[in-house]
Design a protein around this ligand. Structure first.
Ligand SMILES: Nc1nc2c(ncn2[C@@H]2O[C@H](COP(=O)(O)OP(=O)(O)OP(=O)(O)O)[C@@H](O)[C@H]2O)c(=O)[nH]1
Length: 187
């Protein structure tokens, strides 16, 4: 594990998958590492909220890199798709009144997705991870990192089975935010 600090006060974490013998897990595909860039979600990652898929995605992302070799970059200034925790909780209050996850951000006068991947790209470059398989369902992450000089050799899905509490959130990500989530309807 490494921690990364930037001049604006942001801190991030990177973790490389290792074997029990202390060696890097070999990369499954022609030496290309798999990388999960996981945006902080205190509610889901720490407290196990069912409103989103973040907690299970974090766990599954770690399992994937342990299996096929690679890294997780945990981006701590991306909480709430970049709007921060307080604003995310304000957005949740609006979702409780009927808005979807996209509309709630906009109603607060914020962008639908305010994440900036420049610091992520700096970390990837410093780790020598300039050609990767990206573990994500979100094509916007692929595009953002591609524009910052990271070659994306392919996507590895990080899909979680929907549950009643996060069904609308996942449907909105699929239908309005272009996420590759090919499930039909949640139970
Ligand atoms: N503003 C806002 N942010 C949310 C909401 N639900 C979850 N989030 C945040 O969305 C982000 C999701 O991060 P990721 O799982 O890395 O990214 P993603 O865009 O879902 O794409 P994947 O790589 O496929 O998981 C986290 O920062 C969460 O805190 C919501 O309803 N509103």
């Amino acid at each position: 594990m490494q921690a990364w600090a930037f001049a604006d006060g942001s801190e991030h974490i990177s973790v490389q998958a290792m074997t029990a013998e202390g060696q890097p897990v070999p990369h499954e595909l022609a030496g290309i590492p798999a990388v999960r860039v996981h945006s902080e979600c205190a509610t889901g990652d720490i407290f196990g909220s069912f409103r989103c898929d973040c907690g299970p995605q974090l766990k599954q992302g770690l399992e994937i890199i342990q299996r096929i070799g690679g890294y997780m970059i945990y981006t701590k200034n991306h909480e709430g798709r970049g709007i921060g925790l307080v604003n995310k909780l304000r957005a949740y209050a609006l979702q409780d009144q009927g808005l979807d996850t996209l509309e709630a951000n906009l109603r607060l006068g914020l962008g639908a997705d305010e994440r900036d991947y420049r610091q992520t790209a700096v970390i990837l470059h410093r780790l020598g991870l300039t050609k990767i398989r990206l573990i994500t369902n979100n094509p916007a992450k692929e595009m953002s990192l591609g524009e910052l000089g990271i070659e994306i050799a392919g996507l590895v899905p990080d899909r979680i089975e929907p549950r009643a509490e996060n069904a609308r959130y996942l449907e909105t990500k699929r239908d309005r935010m272009n996420h590759l989530l090919p499930f039909s309807e949640a139970e």
